[in-house]
Design a binder for this molecule. Structure first.
Ligand code: PEP
Ligand code: MG
Length: 582
């Protein structure tokens, strides 16, 4: 029995059989293929190679356009290498004659050449060796991509152990057959973690290297409440976890039974509790759990499945499905937040130029850079607004110029629809996410130009504390309990109050019980949380007096260290709702 610790990102306990998925980024699954499969494996290799060549050609085109022919030529050389008939022949011969799996054959041939080139010593040749390694990785990525799709077609329940899962892979998980997952990499508010919560799959991420200790088929316990992963547990441990699993289920059920009540503090202050969703199907679930509407619909997930070329109708139907669940309540549709870790399959080369994707072309910047894409989405949102309380929200706004440009494009779209006599509501509220410190600092100026704010603490924390939200190496620096974050939130609330606009918190901080009294005390009157947390968050609000929350905020603001804020908030939660302290 071996216990590993990581970051708990989606609650619940699961006990099941391990499916080890990638020892490292590119683990070769099998060395050999069956005789009958040889032809289809050769075709699989050719398709992967074709995909790689297409990608290189796209990059070449972009390099030509943006930087000139000299840079484009670099990729021309890569393309030549990928299409080298000798290389292709060698790989295919290994698949046909030795029955090597394409992944194994590709690695053997390309690594072989790369090592030979490296051994010759000259700088020019060692650069070619790097190109060979890159080509190997690209072909493997295409080959493994196909294999990874099998995750959506599992036939029996498993616990997935992986180096990493991308948001698109996580989105494709079949929740009937994935009892939990554990990854070596990832951070508390990475999109993979958020999706785990949405799918209600217990998950622990950022465990560090552990795959070498696990064997496929072994029993694993994943404790998504405490961030523990137990490999090959003994009988006592299994009994203990089975007990805690059923206690957790009973408590959760008791909260569900109280789900439809309003969230009102003991002294009568009403707090809105909205749901965060990534897929339209989740809206119904939010309704069942007692949500006051949808406070954040992450529409970019429409692009992260198998198809990335979405039409206006695709958008419209998705939005209709959500608003139909909440005909009289607010539905906040956030415009595309693509980029960083959310890259649609067909747009890899568009994003690949960025040396630091979190600070690069992402989110509203992508929409402003691709107005056709942006307008298509805005048209669909406005069309879905007829007789509904649909609200538009722009993500990752960093300057007033971004906001004004986005509003200008929205104005154009409204004019087009009017001209075309296509109905839409003329009273759609337009708000923005507060995710960048520049906005918190100038909150009042921004507040004058929007109908509402929604604080995205996931990004606000990473940009304020310079700690990547997905990187376990810096997870100890990434915390909502940092005094600077408390002050940022206070700034936003004050700026909004001066202009009379409401503020929601839709980042994960509002789904974490210990932060809820603090947020209410800081003046927040609406939170938008991961669906499964709705009953829990309502329970905290109903167990709390506003005066108590204000006292908690006052005290927390006097503390200087995140560590002290953290333990103070845990202590306070224990007094308010002891059952919720994990
Ligand atoms: C946030 O940054 O807090 C947020 C809600 O947006 P996302 O997690 O989708 O980046
Ligand atoms: Mg964000």
């Amino acid at each position: 029995m071996l216990t590993k610790r990581g970051i708990p990102v989606s609650p619940g306990v699961a006990i099941g059989t391990a499916l080890v998925f990638g020892q490292e980024k590119f683990k070769i699954p099998n060395q050999f293929v069956r005789v009958k499969a040889v032809d289809s494996e050769v075709i699989r290799f050719r398709c992967a190679l074709e995909g790689v060549c297409r990608e290189i050609a796209e990059t070449q085109q972009q390099a030509n356009d943006r930087l000139g022919g000299k840079y484009g030529a670099i990729f021309g050389a890569h393309l030549e290498m990928a299409r080298d008939p000798k290389l292709i022949d060698e790989i295919e011969t290994l698949i046909r004659k030795r029955r090597y799996a394409p992944e194994f054959a590709v690695s053997k041939v390309l690594k072989g050449y790369a090592k030979e080139l490296q051994s010759l010593g000259a700088t020019y040749l060692s650069e070619r060796a790097t190109d060979m390694f890159d080509l190997e990785k690209s072909i493997l990525r295409h080959l493994m991509g196909e294999q990874r799709e099998e995750l959506s077609n599992l036939t029996e329940p498993v616990i997935i152990l992986a180096y990493n899962l991308t948001p698109s892979e996580t989105a494709s998980l079949d929740r009937r057959n994935v009892k939990a997952f554990v990854t070596e990499s990832g951070g508390a508010t990475s999109h993979t973690a958020i999706l785990a919560g949405a799918l209600e799959i217990p998950a622990v991420v950022g465990v560090g290297a552990f795959l070498n200790d696990a064997i496929a088929g072994q029993t694993i316990i994943v404790d998504g409440d405490h961030g523990e992963v137990i490999i090959d547990p003994d009988e006592d441990c299994l009994i203990q976890y089975r007990d805690s699993e059923s206690t957790h289920r009973r408590y959760h059920q008791s909260l569900l039974d109280k789900g439809q009540r309003d969230a009102v503090t003991k002294d009568g202050e009403r707090v809105q509790v909205y749901g965060n969703i990534e897929f339209p199907e989740e809206a119904e679930h939010c309704k069942t759990l007692g949500a006051d509407g949808i406070g954040l619909y992450r529409t970019e997930f429409l692009y992260l499945g198998s198809r990335w070329d979405r039409t206006e109708e695709d958008h419209y139907h998705a939005y209709q499905r959500v608003v139909d669940q909440f005909p009289t309540l607010p539905v906040v549709i956030r415009t595309l937040d693509l980029g960083a870790d959310k890259i649609p399959g067909g747009m890899t080369s568009y994003f690949s130029q960025s040396p630091n994707p979190e600070l690069g072309l992402r989110s509203i910047r992508v929409s402003l850079d691709n107005q056709e894409l942006f307008k298509r989405q805005l048209r669909a949102i406005l069309r879905a607004s007829v007789n509904r309380d649909v609200r538009i929200m722009f993500p990752l706004v960093a300057s007033l110029m971004d906001l004004r440009q986005a509003n200008m494009i929205l104005k154009d779209v409204r004019e087009d629809l009017t001209e075309q006599q296509i109905p839409f509501s003329t009273s759609v509220q337009v708000g923005m996410m507060v995710e960048v410190p520049s906005v918190a600092i100038m909150a009042e100026e921004f507040a004058r130009e929007v109908d509402f704010f929604s604080i995205g603490t996931n990004d606000l924390i990473q940009y304020t504390l310079a700690a990547d939200r997905s990187d376990p190496a810096v997870s100890k620096y990434y915390t909502g309990a940092d005094p600077a974050i408390l002050r940022m939130i206070r700034l936003v609330v004050e700026g909004a109050r001066r202009c009379g606009i409401p503020v929601t918190v839709c980042g994960q901080m509002s789904s974490e019980p210990r932060f809820v009294p603090l947020l209410i005390g800081l003046g927040i009157r609406a939170v938008s949380v991961t669906p499964h947390a709705i009953p829990e968050i309502k329970e905290i609000i109903c167990s709390l007096a506003l005066s108590q929350a204000e006292e908690i905020a006052r005290h927390a603001l006097q503390l200087e260290l995140a560590r002290d804020v953290e333990s103070y908030l845990r202590g306070e939660l224990k007094r308010i709702c002891p059952q919720l302290v994990k």
